[in-house]
Structures are given as structure tokens and as C-alpha cells.
Write a protein that binds this ligand. Structure first.
Ligand code: ADP
Length: 243
């Protein structure tokens, strides 16, 4: 375990090859065990931030540390500590069966076969997919695909979870179950979402991004009840917080 913040981002900027400046001078820390929401309109830079923290996009300016690791220089170690669940589960799932998909990460760690089997069973149990090992990922419902993708990440027992739009495409029951699951998992969670009610239920703190800049960083209820602030950045105050 590292003793510093679970996530440290300082002066992080990212520009796509096409010239879009997707992140500009972003700074924030997340303490171990915190669940923090990342909100903002389409194109704000939420996914880009996650891809930088997960070592998928190379950070050219500024620094980031996730679970004590540098996502660029220590990229190979990252999957054991940091799990990214993509917005689109179809981009994440690739194996012929659910069991093979969830086993992929642990197999890459060259863990003994019995340990791999344990981890797959444990991860599938956590997401409520016991008995799904031989199912075909592409024949699953949207919610089941999302759970399978999460199980693949959980099988690595990461300290930090990066969840991009986790409640998208879930029906109300699936959404409620996901909320309970994320609460029970603990660890450090960064959750990007347009589902502000979900963020309000899960995250005590929120980061508001717009056009690549960090606009606000504060308690979720305080930020989300500021109508002038959220409306200026293309969002709406959740019903529960309207006065
Ligand atoms: P969000 O997740 O908040 O919707 P993104 O991080 O996806 O925002 O996008 C931030 C900005 O970067 C947007 O202007 C988007 O068009 C641009 N962008 C995203 N992905 C790419 C890419 N692969 N190539 C070029 N520009 C991109």
C-alpha cells in the first residue's frame, strides 16, 4: 500500500493528436477510500482524464500518481492496482466466455490455476454473476455485460477503481444493485457520470470539469445544489436538491 493520496494529479494537461486540448492544468488529490464523482457536459474531458490515469493515453504535461504508480512509466504494474471500467462494455469484453474474460487479467499475472479460478469465482460472486462462467459475453444484457467488465477488473483486486458512466444503460433495479455493490466494495473510486442522482448517492465529493478545466471541487450536495454553477456548465440540479 502507498501512504500518500490514492490519486494525485498536478498540472495535468492533454492534447489529442488532432489538436483538441482535452485537459488543461488539472490539479486534485483523492484520499485512499474516497469515492469521488467526475461530472461535466459531453466533451468536458472526463473520459480523457480516466484514460490518462489508467495509462492508456500518455501524459505529456503535468504529473499523475495512481495507487503510488506513475501511469506512464509504471504502466505494466498498473493493472494490479488500478482498474478502469470503460463506458462501453463492448470495448472491454473480448473473450469467448465470461469465465475466460474475467480470468484474463489474473492469467496475465501468471498466477497458479487454482488462484485464477478462485479470483474468477470471487469476482463473479461480487457482481452477482455466479454460474455465468460459460456464457458468451456478447449474448448478455447491457447490465450483465457491465457486471462482467467490472468482474474482470475486480479479479485483479485493484486499490483504485475508475468507472466511466457505470450506471448507463442500467434499469432502475440494476442501478440500485450497482450502487450497493460500489458501496460494499470500498477502496478508492473515481466515477464519471451524467447520472447526478447516482453521484449524489455514492460520492461525498465531486469534481466538475468543463472544456478540459477543473471548474469546481467540493462536497457533492454543495456543488450540485448551486444552480447557477451547474447550469453554466450544461448540467441540472437533481430534483432532490431543488429548492
Ligand atoms: P467527456 O468524457 O467528458 O465527454 P472526452 O474526454 O471524451 O469528454 O473528450 C474531451 C475532448 O476531447 C472533446 O472535445 C472530444 O471531442 C476530444 N476527443 C476525445 N477523444 C478524442 C480522440 N480520440 N481524438 C481527438 N479528440 C478527442
Amino acid at each position: 500500500m502507498n501512504d500518500g493520496p490514492a490519486i494525485r494529479v498536478a498540472g495535468l494537461s492533454f492534447k489529442y493528436a488532432g489538436g483538441v486540448q482535452a485537459l488543461q492544468e488539472i490539479c486534485f488529490d483523492v484520499a485512499a477510500g474516497e469515492a469521488v464523482g467526475v461530472i461535466g457536459p459531453n466533451g468536458a474531458g472526463k473520459s480523457t482524464l480516466f484514460l490518462c490515469l489508467a495509462g492508456v493515453l500518455p501524459i505529456a504535461a503535468g504529473v499523475a500518481t495512481v495507487a503510488g504508480l506513475d501511469p506512464v512509466r509504471q504502466r505494466r504494474l498498473l493493472p494490479t492496482k488500478v482498474g478502469l471500467v470503460f463506458q462501453n462494455s463492448d470495448e472491454q469484453l473480448f473473450a469467448a466466455t465470461v469465465g475466460d474474460d474475467v480470468a484474463f487479467g489474473p492469467l496475465n499475472l501468471r498466477l497458479p490455476a487454482a488462484e485464477v479460478r478462485n479470483r474468477v469465482a470471487e469476482a463473479l460472486a461480487k457482481v452477482g454473476l455466479v454460474g455465468f462462467e460459460s456464457r458468451v459475453p456478447h449474448h448478455l444484457s447491457g447490465g450483465e455485460k457491465r457486471r462482467t467488465a467490472l468482474a474482470g477488473v475486480l479479479a485483479m483486486r485493484p486499490e483504485v477503481l475508475l468507472l466511466d458512466e457505470p450506471s448507463m444503460f442500467l434499469d432502475p433495479r440494476g442501478r440500485k444493485e450497482l450502487l450497493q455493490l460500489l458501496r460494499s466494495l470500498g477502496g478508492t473510486q473515481l466515477i464519471a457520470s451524467h447520472d447526478l442522482d447516482f453521484i449524489l448517492d455514492r460520492c461525498s465529493r465531486v469534481l466538475l470539469l468543463d472544456r478540459g478545466r477543473l471548474i469546481a471541487d467540493g462536497p457533492t450536495a454543495t456543488v450540485l445544489s448551486d444552480a447557477a454553477l451547474v447550469e453554466a456548465h450544461g448540467l441540472e440540479v437533481p430534483y432532490r436538491l431543488r429548492r
